[in-house]
Structure formats: C-alpha cells, structure tokens
Design a binder for this molecule. Structure first.
Ligand code: HEC
Length: 106
C-alpha cells in the first residue's frame, strides 16, 4: 500500500511536469503564480495593500489590462512589491503569469 501511494504521487508529479512542458518548456502560469506571487496575492487579493488586488476593478484603475501589462508591471512594481527581473522570471514566464492573472481573477 505504501508503495502504491508513492507511485501515485510520482505519476501525479509527472503529469504536472508534462502539462508544463506542453506549453513551451516552462511551468504553467498557475504554477509560476503560486511560486512567486500567491504569498502576497492569495486568490488574486493583496495582503500588503488591500486596495490593489489583481481583480479588474482595481488593476484597471491603474492601467493594467492585458497579460503584457502584468508582465511589464512585475519588472517595475509599486511600493511594497519586489521587482522580478528577467533573471528571476524570464519573459516567457512573465507572459504566462500575466495571462493567468487576467484569466483567473475576475
Ligand atoms: C511581497 C509581496 C508581493 C509579492 C511577492 C507580489 N506582489 Fe504584486 N503587489 C504587491 C503590492 C504591495 C502591490 C501594490 C503596489 C502599488 O502600490 O503599486 C502589488 C501590486 C500588484 C499589481 C497591481 C494591482 C493593482 O490593483 O494595481 C499586480 C498586477 C501585481 N501586483 C502582480 C504581481 C505578480 C504577477 C506577482 C508575482 C510575479 C506579484 N505581484 C508578487 C505585493 C506583492
């Protein structure tokens, strides 16, 4: 039984990896968001500055409408948010995170 559990966990891990690879080699936007962003933006909120959530009403008021806008914002964010340079989040990953943010939080 213990062995079966380990195999199931491994199979699930491989499926996740395969899903990431299918989208161009990197992790998915959702996985990248969980790694880099969800600490301060759980469920698209904002634990540091509650007025600046990732939901359209807030971010659009600050001119953030597209995946590219999100990708640009993380390079040079506002107060309280660390910048994510390309060495930390390469451009392709930044766009995937952006697309995830636009699609996931409404
Ligand atoms: C340490 C906490 C922290 C982390 C980690 C963080 N953010 Fe932020 N984020 C903030 C804060 C604080 C603001 C408000 C900044 C401001 O005043 O412009 C913000 C603002 C934003 C906004 C603009 C929201 C609005 O309503 O104008 C976006 C988009 C955003 N973050 C995306 C991300 C993404 C994508 C990541 C991961 C790559 C990330 N953030 C990681 C704290 C964080």
């Amino acid at each position: 039984m213990r062995r079966r559990g380990a195999w199931a966990a491994m199979a699930a891990g491989m499926a996740l990896l395969a899903a990431g690879c299918g989208r161009g080699g990197g992790a998915t936007g959702a996985a990248l968001f969980a790694t880099h962003c969800a600490g301060c933006h759980p469920d698209g909120g904002n634990t540091v500055n509650p007025k600046k959530t990732l939901r359209p009403a807030d971010r659009q008021a600050n001119g953030i409408r597209t995946a590219d806008d999100v990708a640009a914002f993380i390079r040079n964010p506002g107060q309280g948010m660390p910048a994510f340079p390309p060495g930390v989040i390469p451009p392709g990953d930044a766009r995937r995170i952006g697309a995830y943010v636009i699609a996931a939080f409404r």
